[in-house]
Design a protein around this ligand. Structure first.
Ligand SMILES: [Zn+2]
Length: 428
C-alpha cells in the first residue's frame, strides 16, 4: 500500500517536470562532409551560442524568464567526407558518427546541435530546410544503448544560420535559426502565425479569414527573411515550455465569469508576476486550414502581451519611425495614418493559441487595426492589402477597446502607468 502511494506521488510529479526548464546540457558538433577547406570557424559558433551578449544562450535565459539556460561547448570538426554523403545524415548516422569517433558521451546531453558543412543546393535544398529539429527529446537506440535527447541539424553556411557578431542585421541575435530550432528542440511543436479577417479583427466565418504561416514578425517562432522588431516567443509557447505559468503568477488565467478585471500587465521581458494574461474562450474562434475538408483549427484562448523595447525585444523602438526603411514598399492607409506616419507600439498585442492534445501548437497574432498597412507592387504600382505588413501595427493602444460579442469579451487598454505597466480592463 505504501508502495502504491509512493508511486502515485512520483507519477504526478513526473507529469509536471518539464524538459525545457533548468540546465540544458548542450553539445554543439560539426560535420565536414566536403573537406574542401572552406568550413566556417568553430570559434564563431562558440561565441554566437555561448559567449556574446546577444548569444543564443542569453536569448534562452531572457525568453525563459531565467528558467532555462545552456551549459555546454563546441567540439572540433569531424571529417566525414569518407561517408560519401552530400546531404544531411540520418539521426542514427549522426549519433553513430559521434560514438565511433569518441567525440563525446551522448548519455550526458540534452540538446544536440549538428552543423554540417555540405552542399545545401539542388535536391538537398529542395527536400530539406536549412535547419530542422525534433520536437522535444526523443529516445534513440544506439550502439552504446538508449540515449534521450533533442536533435537539431543545420546547414552551417546558410546565410540565416551562419552567425554574425554581434548580431544578424535583421534579427538582433547572433543566429535566429539556431534559436528558432532550439525552440522546437525544447518542445515547441508549431509556429507563430498571423490571422487576417479582412476588415474584421476576428470572424466566426472561417471563409472570411486567411492565415499566414510562420509570419508573425514579432517572435522568433515566425520565419526568416524579414526585419524583426521583437524576438520573444509568444506567451502560448512560453507557457507550453514551462517558462511562464500560474504557479509563480507570471501568467494570469481568466475564465468567463461575467465580471470585470483590471490588470497591470508588466513588460513582456519581466522576470516575475503578470507577464501575460490567458483568456480561455468559451466559443473558440475558427481559423482557416490548409486542408479545408477536415478543419478543426481554432483559437481556444487569447494571450495578452505587452512588448516593450527591452532586451531581445529592443528593436521595437525602431518600428515607429523606420518602418519604410525595413519594410520595402509599405503603404500606410491615410485613414489610419493621416496626421503621423508613425506606427505606435505603446500598447498590448493579442495572440490566439491553438492547442492539440493539450499542447500549444500555434500562436496567431491578431490585427486590432485591420487594413491599415498595405504593400505597393513596384511592377504596376498597385496597392495590395497585405497581411504581413498589416500586422505590424497590431497594438491595442491606450484608449482602444477590442470587443468580441459572441464570447461577450471586451479588452480595454487604459494607459501605461508611471511604473511602466500596461493597465488593461477585461470584461468577460
Ligand atoms: Zn520551425
Amino acid at each position: 500500500m505504501k508502495y502504491l502511494i509512493l508511486s502515485i506521488v512520483f507519477l504526478s510529479f513526473s507529469v509536471f517536470s518539464q524538459d525545457s526548464v533548468g540546465e540544458q546540457r548542450t553539445a554543439v558538433v560539426f560535420f565536414d562532409l566536403l573537406e574542401d577547406g572552406k568550413e566556417p570557424s568553430i570559434e564563431l559558433f562558440q561565441k554566437a551560442i555561448f559567449n556574446e551578449s546577444k548569444s543564443v544562450n542569453n536569448y534562452v535565459k531572457e525568453v525563459s524568464h531565467q528558467k532555462a539556460w545552456l551549459v555546454g561547448k563546441t567540439y572540433p570538426w569531424l571529417r566525414l567526407k569518407g561517408l560519401g554523403k552530400t546531404c544531411y545524415l540520418s539521426s542514427n548516422e549522426v549519433l553513430e558518427s559521434i560514438i565511433q569517433n569518441k567525440l563525446l558521451d551522448l548519455t550526458k546531453v540534452d540538446r544536440l546541435l549538428v552543423f554540417n558543412h555540405m552542399n545545401h543546393t539542388g535536391e538537398c535544398a529542395k527536400n530539406n530546410s536549412f535547419g530542422f529539429s525534433t520536437h522535444g527529446k526523443e529516445t534513440y537506440s544506439t550502439s552504446i544503448g538508449e540515449v534521450k535527447l533533442s536533435l537539431a541539424q543545420f546547414s552551417a553556411t546558410n546565410r540565416f544560420v551562419l552567425p554574425k557578431l554581434p548580431v544578424q542585421s535583421l534579427t538582433n541575435i547572433t543566429s535566429s535559426v539556431i534559436a528558432h530550432e532550439l525552440g522546437h528542440s525544447f518542445g515547441a511543436t508549431g509556429h507563430s502565425n498571423i490571422l487576417d479577417c479582412g476588415k474584421d479583427v476576428v470572424s466566426f466565418d472561417r471563409s472570411k479569414c486567411t492565415q499566414s504561416a510562420i509570419a508573425d514578425m514579432f517572435t522568433l517562432m515566425g520565419g526568416e527573411g524579414f526585419y524583426r522588431p521583437s524576438l520573444h516567443f509568444s506567451a502560448c509557447h512560453k507557457e507550453e515550455l514551462g517558462w511562464i505559468g500560474t504557479k509563480d503568477e507570471s501568467l494570469i488565467v481568466l475564465n468567463k465569469e461575467g465580471s470585470s478585471r483590471r490588470i497591470k500587465l508588466r513588460p513582456f521581458t519581466t522576470v516575475g508576476k503578470n507577464v501575460s494574461v490567458r483568456i480561455n474562450l468559451e466559443g473558440p474562434l475558427p481559423v482557416p486550414c490548409v486542408n479545408p475538408n477536415n478543419c478543426t483549427v481554432a483559437i481556444q484562448s487569447l494571450f495578452l502581451e505587452y512588448r516593450t523595447a527591452r532586451g531581445f525585444d529592443e528593436n521595437i523602438s525602431k518600428l515607429p519611425l523606420e518602418s519604410s526603411r525595413y519594410y520595402n514598399q509599405i503603404v500606410m492607409s491615410p485613414e489610419f495614418y493621416q496626421a503621423s506616419k508613425e506606427i505606435k507600439t505603446n500598447g498590448i498585442q493579442l495572440r490566439g493559441g491553438f492547442y492539440k492534445n493539450d499542447k500549444c501548437m500555434t500562436s496567431y497574432n491578431l490585427d486590432v487595426t485591420p487594413e491599415s498597412l498595405h504593400y505597393r507592387n513596384p511592377q504596376n504600382n498597385e496597392v495590395l492589402s497585405y497581411s504581413l505588413y498589416d500586422n505590424l501595427d497590431s497594438f491595442l493602444l491606450p484608449g482602444m477597446t477590442f470587443t468580441e460579442s459572441v464570447n461577450g469579451l471586451s479588452i480595454s487598454m487604459k494607459e501605461i502607468d508611471k511604473e511602466g505597466n500596461a493597465v488593461v480592463e477585461i470584461q468577460y
